[in-house]
Design a protein around this ligand. Structure first.
Ligand code: NOJ
Length: 766
C-alpha cells in the first residue's frame, strides 16, 4: 500500500475526537528530585498522570521531552495499545546541540563556517536521539539575529542570511539524512516561522515588525535552504508578526510557507502558542484559537497546558473550521509517522540505546567541532600558541574555567557532567602531566585530547577569583536541575580575588576565562547590557596589571563588551560554550596542536548602545562620517563580521573576474589566490562580498555571497573560485513586490572578513 493510501485508510476510520488527538502534542516530563518548582503554570506531579491517561485514550498523538528509552517504550506502548487504530506516538525533543554528547552551542557551530563539521555534529545528535526513542528535533533554529540582547542569538547562526542558509541546510542534512525515515536519523524542524529574532529591544517574545524587503531578503533565506534540504517540519513563532500573531497567521503559513516556499511537511505550534492566541487578544476562546490555528495551517499543537485542539470537534460543529482543514492537518502528521517507520517499529532497544550514548567516537566529533568553532579575536605579538615545553607554570583563573555545567552551555538536558571536560581539566590533561588531570578533585574519565600528554609537566594552578553571578529571576530551565552551581561554602570573595591575582603574578602565563553563565542566555534570557557580569572585568584588569602575559578565553553565546580587553589583553580566544569535550579542544588550541580557524557569525559591537548593528547596512547621507554617528562612541564594530585570526598568516592576491560584463541571467567567476605566508599549517575562511552600485532599490554596502574554509600548509597557495550568478545578485524589491536582478556595476571583494579590501568590478547588462 502506498503511503497516501495508508493515510486515507486510517483517516476514513477516525472520529473527529481522534483526529483532534492526532493533532495534539503534550509536554511530558518528570522533574528530577529536588528540582525547584517550575515557572510554568502546571502541576509537576499531576502532569505525567494526566498525559498518560490522555495518551491511552487517543486524546494525544505526540509527546515532547521524553528521552529515557525505558520511558519512551512504556509511553509508546500506552499509545499503541490504547489506540483503537494502533497509531503510534511521535516523540519530539529539543535536540539543539547534542543529546548526551554535547556539541558547541549553535552560534559556535556556525562560527566554524564549515558545513561538514555542522552536519557531522547533527548526525551524532540524531543517532543518540533516535536510539533513545526521539523521532524529531525542534531544530535547527534558523532565526536571523541582529540584536545580541536577545538571548536566543546563541541558538542560531547569527546575523547573515547567506551564512544562515548554508548552516540551516547542513543541520537539516545532519538530522534527517537524505530523506525522512533514514535509519538513525530524525525529523528536522527549522524554527521559528518567521522573524522571531527581531523582537523589539531584544526582549524575548516581544512583537516583531519586519519590512517586506527584510522578510524576503534576510529572514526567509535560511528557511528556504532548510526546506530545500528536505526539512520535514517547521515550528511557528510566539510573537506578533506585523500585528498578527505568527501562530494564527494564515498568510505566513498558507501563502508564504506552503505556497511560495513549497513546504510539504507538517507545522507544529511553539509550546502553548495556540492557547496564546487568547493572550494576544486575537482569539475569543480556546475553540476559536484552535479553529484559527488549524485554518492557518498549523497541523500540530504543542501544548504545555490544556490544549486548544481538544476543542476542535466543537469548532467543527459550530462551523468555525471544516473537516477539510482538519483532515489536511491529520494527513500531514500521519504521513510523518509512516515515513519515520513508527507503524513498523515503534519501540527502541534499551541496551543499544546505552551503547550508542556511550560511543566514544561521538566525543571525538564533539572535540573536533569545538576546535573548529573557536575564534581567535586577537593575538598580539604571537602570544598564542603557548609552547608547553618552554612553560613552567600556567595560572588558570575564573569561575567559568572549571564549571562543567557552563562549559556545555544552555539548551541541554541529558548531559553527563562527570565526563564534561572543563578548560581547567583540559589544560591539566594536555600540559600538566597525568597526575594533574581532572576538574577539582574528581578526575573526568574521558579527556579525549586526541594527542599524547607532553613529557614535560607544566604546573597548572587554579583560582576562581570572583564569585558565580547568580540569576535574579527564575530561569525557564531551573526546573530541570543541573544549573550553574553556587560558590563553595565559606567562599571569601576578597581573599579569593587576591589569591587569583597572586597566582597570576607568580605564573609564566595566565589563562583567564570570562563570560556569561549559561543560564544568562537562551530562551527568556535576554540582557539589557553586554558587559561582563559581576566582577570579571575587575579581575581581568588586576591580572593584566601583574605584568604576566594573559590569554583571555571568552565563554559566551553573544558578543560581550570587550572594549578594555581588546586594547589591553594580548590574546583573546572566543571558545563559546564549547560542549562535552570543550576543555580538551581549548587545550589543543592553546598549545598549538590545532590552529583556530573560526570566524565571527555576527558583527561584534563595542557597546550595547550600538545594537542592532550589521555589516550589511545601506548607506545614505554623509557617508564619509559613517564611523561617527554617535556623539560618545565610534559607530564601527569592535570586531567585524567574519573576523577571526589563526596561527597562520594569509595573503590575498590575483583577484580576477573572468568576464568584465555579462547579462542578467549570466554568471561570472571570481577567483583569488590565497597564500599562507605563516610558518605553520592553518585554516582560513575565504569570504566573498558583493555590492550593487545602482539599481531599482538601494542595496547593502556589502553582502556575503560565498565562502570556503580551506587548510593551507606553511607557504602553500591555492586559487579559490566563486560563481556570482543570478542567485547571488537577485533580491526582493519591495516596490515591485517581486524578485529582481538589476543591470548595474557590481563591486566584489574577497578576503578574510567583511572589511576585505582586495576588490574588482564587473557589469551586468541587459
Ligand atoms: C519554546 C521554544 O520557543 C521552542 O524553541 C522550543 O522548541 C519549545 N519551547 C519546546 O521546548
Amino acid at each position: 500500500m502506498t503511503i497516501d493510501a495508508r493515510v486515507e485508510e486510517l483517516l476514513s476510520r477516525m472520529t473527529p475526537a481522534e483526529k483532534a488527538g492526532q493533532l495534539t502534542q503534550y509536554f511530558y516530563f518528570r522533574l528530577p528530585p529536588g528540582a525547584p518548582g517550575p515557572v510554568l503554570d502546571i502541576d509537576p506531579d499531576e502532569q505525567p498522570r494526566m498525559v498518560e491517561s490522555q495518551l491511552a485514550q487517543s486524546a494525544v498523538g505526540s509527546l515532547l521531552f521524553v528521552t529515557d528509552p525505558a520511558e519512551t517504550n512504556r509511553l509508546q506502548r500506552l499509545a499503541v495499545e490504547g489506540n483503537r487504530l494502533g497509531i503510534p506516538a511521535l516523540f519530539g525533543f529539543d535536540v539543539i546541540h547534542g543529546l548526551r554528547t554535547v556539541f558547541p552551542v549553535p552560534i559556535a557551530m556556525a562560527a566554524s563556517w564549515d558545513p561538514e563539521t555542522i552536519e557531522a555534529g547533527q548526525v551524532v545528535a540524531a543517532r543518540e536521539a533516535r536510539a533513545v526513542g526521539v523521532h524529531w528535533s525542534f531544530a535547527p533554529m534558523v532565526d536571523v539575529a541582529r540584536d545580541p540582547r536577545w538571548g536566543r542569538i546563541v541558538e542560531g547562526a547569527g546575523e547573515d542570511p547567506f551564512l544562515g542558509a548554508v548552516v540551516a541546510a547542513a543541520q537539516v542534512r545532519g538530522f534527517q539524512g537524505p530523506e525522512l525515515g533514514t535509519p538513525e536519523r530524525i525529523i528536522a524542524g527549522p524554527k521559528h516561522f518567521a522573524g522571531y529574532g527581531y523582537a523589539i529591544g531584544g526582549r524575548d517574545y516581544d512583537e516583531v515588525n519586519i519590512s517586506d524587503s527584510e522578510l524576503w531578503n534576510v529572514v526567509l533565506p535560511p528557511f528556504v535552504a532548510a526546506i530545500e534540504a528536505g526539512a520535514g517540519n517547521v515550528m511557528t513563532a510566539y510573537m506578533d508578526f506585523n500585528g498578527i500573531p505568527a501562530t494564527g497567521n494564515r498568510w505566513l503559513f498558507a501563502d508564504v510557507l506552503r505556497g511560495t516556499l513549497g513546504f510539504e511537511g507538517f507545522v507544529v505550534s511553539d509550546a502553548n502558542a495556540v492557547r496564546n492566541l487568547l493572550t494576544h487578544g486575537f482569539a475569543a476562546d480556546l475553540t476559536d484559537a484552535g479553529a484559527r490555528a488549524v485554518n492557518a495551517g498549523v497541523d500540530l499543537e504543542m501544548a504545555i497546558s490544556a490544549p486548544a485542539y481538544a476543542h476542535l470537534p466543537e469548532a467543527l460543529e459550530s462551523g468555525a473550521t471544516d473537516i477539510e482543514a482538519i483532515d489536511a492537518c491529520v494527513r500531514r502528521v500521519l504521513e510523518a509517522k509512516i515515513r519515520m517507520g513508527l507503524f513498523d517499529d515503534p519501540y527502541v532497544d534499551e541496551d543499544r540505546a546505552r551503547a550508542v550514548l556511550a560511543d566514544p567516537a561521538h566525543r571525538d566529533v564533539a572535540r573536533v567541532a569545538a576546535e573548529r568553532s573557536a575564534v581567535l579575536l586577537r593575538n598580539e605579538g604571537g602570544l598564542l600558541p603557548l609552547d608547553a615545553d618552554a612553560l613552567g607554570s600556567v595560572a588558570v583563573i575564573g569561575p567559568l574555567a572549571d564549571s562543567p555545567r557552563d562549559t556545555i552551555g544552555p539548551w541541554v538536558f541529558d548531559f553527563d557532567l562527570d565526563e564534561t571536560v572543563t578548560v581547567l581539566a583540559g589544560i591539566r590533561a594536555r600540559a600538566g602531566g597525568s597526575d594533574q588531570s581532572g576538574h577539582d578533585a574528581s578526575a573526568p574519565h574521558s579527556v579525549r585530547s586526541g594527542r599524547p600528554a607532553p613529557d614535560h609537566a607544566v604546573r597548572v594552578e587554579y583560582a576562581r577569583g570572583v564569585p558565580v553571578v547568580q540569576r535574579e529571576f527564575p530561569s525557564l530551565f531551573d526546573m530541570f536541575g543541573g544549573n550553574t552551581p553556587s560558590d563553595p561554602e565559606g567562599f571569601d570573595e576578597e581573599a579569593e580575588f587576591r589569591r587569583a591575582v597572586d597566582l597570576a603574578a607568580g605564573a609564566d602565563v595566565a589563562v583567564v576565562v570570562v563570560g556569561e553563565w549559561q543560564n544568562m542566555i537562551g530562551e527568556m534570557a535576554s540582557r539589557s547590557s553586554l558587559e561582563l557580569p559581576g566582577r570579571q572585568l575587575e579581575l581581568l584588569q588586576a591580572v593584566v596589571a601583574t605584568g604576566t602575559p594573559v590569554v583571555l578565553l571568552v565563554m559566551n553565546g553573544r558578543p560581550l563588551d570587550l572594549r578594555w580587553a581588546a586594547e589591553n589583553v594580548p590574546a583573546i580566544l572566543d571558545i563559546w560554550y564549547p560542549g562535552t569535550q570543550g576543555g580538551a579542544a581549548v587545550a589543543n588550541l592553546l598549545f598549538g596542536d590545532v590552529s583556530p580557524g573560526g570566524k565571527l557569525p555576527f558583527t561584534w559591537p563595542r557597546t550595547v548602545g550600538q545594537v542592532p548593528m550589521t555589516y550589511a547596512h545601506t548607506i545614505s547621507h554623509e557617508p564619509e562620517n559613517q564611523a561617527r554617528r554617535y556623539w560618545d562612541e565610534a559607530s564601527t564594530p569592535l570586531f567585524p563580521f567574519g573576523h577571526g585570526l589563526s596561527y597562520g598568516r594569509f595573503a590575498y592576491t590575483e583577484l580576477t573576474v573572468d568576464e568584465p560584463s555579462t547579462t542578467t541571467d549570466g554568471t561570472v567567476t571570481v577567483s583569488v589566490e590565497v597564500t599562507n605566508t605563516g610558518d605553520r599549517e592553518a585554516d582560513e575562511v575565504v569570504q566573498l562580498y558583493l555590492h550593487q552600485r545602482h539599481g531599482t532599490a538601494s542595496r547593502p554596502v556589502r553582502e556575503l555571497k560565498g565562502f570556503r574554509r580551506v587548510t593551507l600548509s606553511a607557504g602553500e597557495s591555492r586559487t579559490v573560485s566563486f560563481p556570482v550568478g543570478p542567485d547571488e545578485r537577485r533580491y526582493w524589491n519591495a516596490a515591485v513586490r517581486d524578485w529582481v536582478t538589476d543591470t548595474s556595476t557590481f563591486d566584489v571583494w574577497v578576503g578574510g572578513d567583511s572589511t576585505a579590501e582586495l576588490g574588482a568590478t564587473f557589469d551586468i547588462t541587459t
